[in-house]
Design a protein around this ligand. Sequence first.
Ligand code: APR
Length: 245
Amino acid sequence: MENEAIRQLAEQIKTSSRVVALTGAGISQESGVPTFRGKDGLWQNFRAEELATPDAFNRDPVLVWQWYDWRRGLIKPLKPNSGHHALVNLEKRVQYFTLVTQNVDGLHRAAGSENPIEMHGTLWRVRCLECKKIFENRDVPIKILPKCEACGGLLRPHVVWFGESLDEKILHTIYTHLQRAQVMLIVGTSGAVQPAASFGIVAKRAGAFVAELNRSNTPQSPLFDLSIQGKAGELLPQLVEHVGR
Ligand code: APR
């Protein structure tokens, strides 16, 4: 069954020039990156409100930086998996391919994706609260509390926290691609967090063929043209194989 659905999706991609892929934590799960809401997910073991909000950081920046330092240390040695690499290969077979990721682990870039739209930011950049400068920073461990080399201000992770809005320019770019997409892949996301959770229906309303690839069904599965169950690291290489040269 899954093979038939993969074949059907590949046919859609072969006859399209504009494909958008949206990824979530599920695509990095096979690399060893904890998801957020799975049984071993981060939000089962930590309270997001205490760690991933501006109030949490204002209240206790040391605690928040200790948690991000732990995540950076955990993720730094991890490698992209066959799912990340398959999307790099798919990018080469599609005329206009846009990758939007909710992930902050940097694994799409590490796999060689040209220009992933990291809509929730990345663990590997920090931002100065004073002068707003953004820096690459891969120090593990990171000095707590890290200070801006330009102005001495306090640095924060350059990620989008709960309660914060996304960069308007990034959102505009994403919606432009969604409106033009002929095919959209939604890979490894629970569809629990907006605005990413609406991207699939936005693309569908604009006429795209939308396929969800996920280990399990999600509440959004019935909304899409295809909902293919399986591991991203297995389904995506199969898809690329069927898309062919
Ligand atoms: N292959 C495919 N899908 C998988 C795999 C896998 N190997 N492993 C897990 N999944 C699926 C799960 O079934 C689930 O639907 O990936 C999804 C992970 O869901 P979440 O943990 O909620 O992660 P995500 O959807 O990316 O969360 C969105 O929430 O906490 C915020 O900012 C954070 O970007 C994150 C956002």
